[in-house]
Design a protein around this ligand. Structure first.
Ligand code: PEP
Ligand code: MG
Length: 900
């Protein structure tokens, strides 16, 4: 029989033999901490199967659940010596969600459950603090009404604020027990009026109400949006944790807080966190009050005046330090912990692997490897290759004299500029129009999540490093400044007030620096980050761990230089047609394309030759002996031809050609389907003089570069869009001819290799024949995807969105490989190619060469290299290392990727 409920901290901890997916992250960590003997308030976990039973399968609560919960409650009562609903020492409970993965702030919580008109008095007597008891009751009614009864918090806030202003109070803490009692009566009256029923006095009724509400928060709009964003399946469901309350608001020797075992923004190895004195549970995460630093060092670094926990409660602090160290060692990862101190006693409420900024993730992984806590391979696996991008985020130029109009906490790194918007909706619509915006809020709530994704950056005037805005932005890699307390948002007039009376309106440009917490008016100069030592070291580890080489797709000397800086080990694809987009070159290129006969074409080619040669020479010199694959011209011709009357006239003028003649030529060259038309090797077959000019430019450049650098250059010449072996044979013959001529002319022996792209299904199918003519294959997965699906590269974006929305296609196959179809052809091509020629070099140069999941697939095919755009080279180096490690450790995982 299934057990639905598992107890922890009540003597024996039952739940360790079931998996954490069912207990949820929070439930599993509570059980684990209890087993380690750490101070955890006793409680029970209702596993996520119940949520599935209830919501996913719509079967209501399962049989036996009630009895199991009752038994669990008895155990909590026994462990605490308190009674649920008891008139002397009442047991109060928290009811909190906890799914398999953390969904910060997305689901509901009820605290102080079990209070009613009687138990509140008992609590007062028991704690000797009447004010505390009535404040807890007030909070409970407010929270319960909101979460369980669906009554807006604002009603209650209004009552509270009215009463405070009548009394002339600035803070809630000034309210006396009697005043709180009055407020409770008003709350109860409000409930009567609004709902026509009184606040439930029966603790069991309260408990079931809360359990149902927390389960249903799994289906709330914000949880649904969060799941969609993070690919979390609906059918996972959430667990619910019911736990004895401990109080962080029992006076000035009580507190509640969040701590990280290391700094989640910088990765620095030191306890890091925030707390609120005399406060309850969710206050820190909610970001309502700006919290204090846990450590003295943290306080000093932030320039705060309020004392640290280290100073205020040295005993509880030192216990927290010990617990943190044990938890980090136990889990072998950065821990994000919630704790409460009740009258000097520390209680742990949660621990989980902490979210961290990209730079911090890297530092933490590497430090942990250096400390011997994890292996180097594990450190490599822990850094998400996609986040390396974030490290390439700009920072504000150091010589720019920044004059901040505000400052807050550096919650998520990166300096960004955008127009000010004050709501998530405005952020979304501005983003849809292609405008860059900064979402400015007093504090963000989970409802803002869509707006945060649409914004370049997020700025809040309240809340700490662990507020919702900070946690979510860091996870998403969106630059963020929180708690800019010297700024103020006026939503009435939509104005952001900065220091010194500076006013900024919606639409004005503002810059935030998520690395330092500064806020600046207008746009400011930023610079590309210098790659840190950690970055270089991790790349070194990745390079040592990976099997596949990483090359780059570089078309110009500038690209080649950038790619070298990022560690490219060669050029996998130089698209020569891209060399002609610039300046005057396009003119000569057009002249060549539009030439009426061979003589005209040759004349234009003679002009193109020195340009090509000079570029190749420079590229060879930059790559300094590394392999360089140059592809013969593969222009879908339409990219080079004038598209309308106006352009035609302009081109005719530039080429000194009759407009009518030009029009005739353009019409003659018109193709219904240029992508499947006269391009690639087809061009070289009709006009071999083009391929010959390019081959000459390559060989002459190789001779010159070899003379210059003293190192032999071995060019790889790639023939595109081949589907027949005879096509390759023909073009290769022409190239060989030119090689002979250049060798004779220069008196130098040249080594070179001629290979082909595999980018058409027929080429993949006949790879064994083609391999006999080819020294190498490069998988052109852009065209291979286009032709395997029969899906136009240029037209697909118009309708692929609908495919993804309707779940017909999960991923855009032009971004991430279609393993089953395109992947199958790649597999065939590599197997058949190698069958004919075991030492055939095979790489990939389609866009997928920079996509981590596709790279994992390439490892399963044992490709020799991946090639991607210069900025993605670091990502590819790390992804290739992870692929190697995973393939070594668990070859089956490659198949799992392929079928995912
Ligand atoms: C390809 O088709 O995958 C490729 C790299 O070539 P291009 O994108 O230039 O067609
Ligand atoms: Mg192609």
């Amino acid at each position: 029989m299934t057990n639905w409920v598992y107890s922890f901290g009540c003597g024996e901890t039952q739940s360790l033999d079931i998996d954490r997916d069912r207990l949820g992250g929070k439930g599993a960590s509570l059980a684990e901490m209890a087993r380690m003997g750490l101070p955890v308030p006793p409680g029970l976990t209702i596993i996520s199967d119940v949520c599935q039973h209830f919501y996913v399968h719509a079967k209501g609560f399962p049989d036996g659940l009630k009895q199991e919960i009752e038994a669990g409650l008895r155990a909590i009562e026994a462990a605490t010596g308190r009674q649920f609903g008891g008139a002397e020492t009442p047991l109060l409970l928290s009811v909190r969600s906890g799914s398999r993965v953390s969904m910060p702030g997305m689901m509901d919580t009820v605290l102080n459950l079990g209070l009613n008109d009687e138990t509140v008095k008992a609590l007062a007597a028991d704690t000797g603090d009447e004010r505390f008891a009535w404040d807890s009751y007030r909070r409970f009614i407010q929270m319960y009404a909101d979460v369980v009864l669906g009554l807006d918090q604002e009603f209650f806030e209004e009552i509270l604020e009215d009463r405070m202003s009548e009394l002339g109070y600035a803070y809630e803490t000034q309210l006396s027990a009697d005043e709180l009692k009055d407020i409770v009566s008003e709350y109860e009256k409000l409930l009567d009026e609004e709902l026509g029923e009184s606040f439930p006095q029966d603790p069991c009724e309260q408990l079931w109400g809360a359990i149902s509400a927390v389960f249903s928060s799994w289906t709330s709009a914000r949880a649904t949006a969060y799941r969609a964003l993070h690919d979390i399946p609906f059918d996972w469901g959430t667990a619910v944790n019911i736990q004895a309350m401990v109080f962080g608001n029992l006076g000035n020797d009580s507190a509640t807080g969040v701590a990280f075992t290391r700094n989640p923004s910088t990765g620095e190895k030191a306890l890091y966190g925030e707390f609120l004195l005399n406060a309850q549970g969710e206050d820190v995460v909610a970001g309502i009050r700006t919290p204090q630093s846990i450590t003295e060092a943290g306080r000093i670094a932030s320039g705060a005046e309020k004392p640290s926990l280290e100073k205020l409660m040295p005993r509880a602090f030192s216990e927290l330090v010990t617990v943190a160290a044990r938890l980090e060692r136990h889990y072998g990862d950065l821990q994000d912990m919630e704790f409460t101190i009740e009258r000097g006693t520390l209680w742990m409420l949660q621990t989980r692997n902490g979210k961290r900024a990209a730079g911090a993730a890297m530092k933490i992984a590497m430090d942990m490897a250096d400390e011997g806590l994890i292996s180097r391979d594990e450190a490599i696996i822990r850094v998400d290759p996609a986040t390396l991008d974030q490290m390439l985020h700009p920072t504000i130029s150091p010589d720019f004299k920044a004059n901040p109009v505000g400052s807050g906490l550096p919650a998520s790194p990166g300096a960004v500029t955008g127009e000010i918007v004050f709501s998530a909706e405005e952020a979304i619509s501005a983003h849809a129009e292609g405008r860059k915006v900064i979402l400015v809020r007093t504090e963000t709530s989970p409802e803002d999540i869509h707006g945060m994704t649409a914004a370049e950056g997020v700025l809040t005037t309240r809340g700490g490093m662990t507020s919702h805005a900070a946690v979510v932005a860091r996870g998403m890699g969106v630059p963020c400044v929180t708690g800019a307390g010297n700024m103020r948002v006026d939503r009435f007039d939509n104005i952001l007030h900065g220091v010194g009376g500076v006013l900024m309106h919606a639409g004005d440009l503002v810059t935030i620096d998520g690395s330092t917490g500064r806020v600046l008016k207008g746009a400011v100069p930023t610079q590309k980050p210098a790659l840190s030592d950690d970055f270089q070291r991790l790349m070194g580890w990745a390079d040592a761990a990976r099997r596949m080489k990483v090359r780059t797709n570089a078309d110009t000397p500038g690209d080649a230089r950038t790619a070298r800086e990022f560690g490219a080990e060669g050029i996998g694809l130089c698209r020569t047609e891209h060399m002609f987009f610039e300046g005057d070159r396009i003119k000569t290129m057009r002249r060549m394309i539009l030439a009426e006969d061979e003589a005209g074409r040759r004349a234009a080619l003679d002009q193109l030759l020195p340009m090509q040669r000079a570029d190749f020479e420079e590229i060879f010199a930059i790559m300094h002996g590394l392999p360089v694959t140059i592809r013969l011209l593969d222009p879908p011709l339409h990219e080079f031809l004038p598209k309308n009357e106006e352009e035609r006239e302009e081109v005719a003028r530039a080429l000194d050609m009759e407009t009518s003649l030009l029009k005739q030529r353009v019409e003659a060259l018109y193709e219904f389907n240029p992508m499947l038309g006269h391009r690639g090797c087809r061009l070289a077959i009709s006009f071999p003089e083009i391929a010959e000019m390019q081959a000459r430019a390559i060989f002459e450049a190789a001779v010159a570069a070899a003379r210059l650098t003293g190192e032999a250059v071995v060019p790889e010449i790639m023939v595109p869009l081949v589907s027949l072996r005879s096509e390759l044979e023909y073009v290769k013959g022409r190239i060989d001819g030119i090689a002979g001529t250049v060798m004779r002319e220069s008196g130098m022996t040249l080594t070179y290799r001629v290979g082909t792209m595999i980018e058409l299904p027929r080429a993949a199918l006949r790879a064994h024949e083609i391999a006999e003519e080819a020294a190498f294959f490069s998988l052109g997965t852009n065209d291979l995807t286009q032709t395997t699906f029969g899906l136009s590269r240029d037209d697909a974006p118009g309708f692929l969105g609908a495919y993804q929305k309707k779940g017909i296609l999960e991923r855009d196959p032009f971004m991430s490989l279609d393993f089953d179809g395109v992947g199958e052809l790649m597999k065939l091509a590599t197997e058949r190619g190698r069958m004919a020629k075991p030492d055939l070099q095979i790489g990939i140069c389609g866009e997928h060469g920079g996509d981590p999941i596709s790279i994992r697939f390439c490892e399963t095919l044992a490709l020799d290299y991946v090639s991607c755009s210069p900025f993605r080279v670091p990502t590819a180096r790390l992804a290739a290392a992870q692929a190697s490690i995973r393939e070594r450790e668990d070859p089956a995982s490659g198949k799992a990727v392929a079928t995912a």
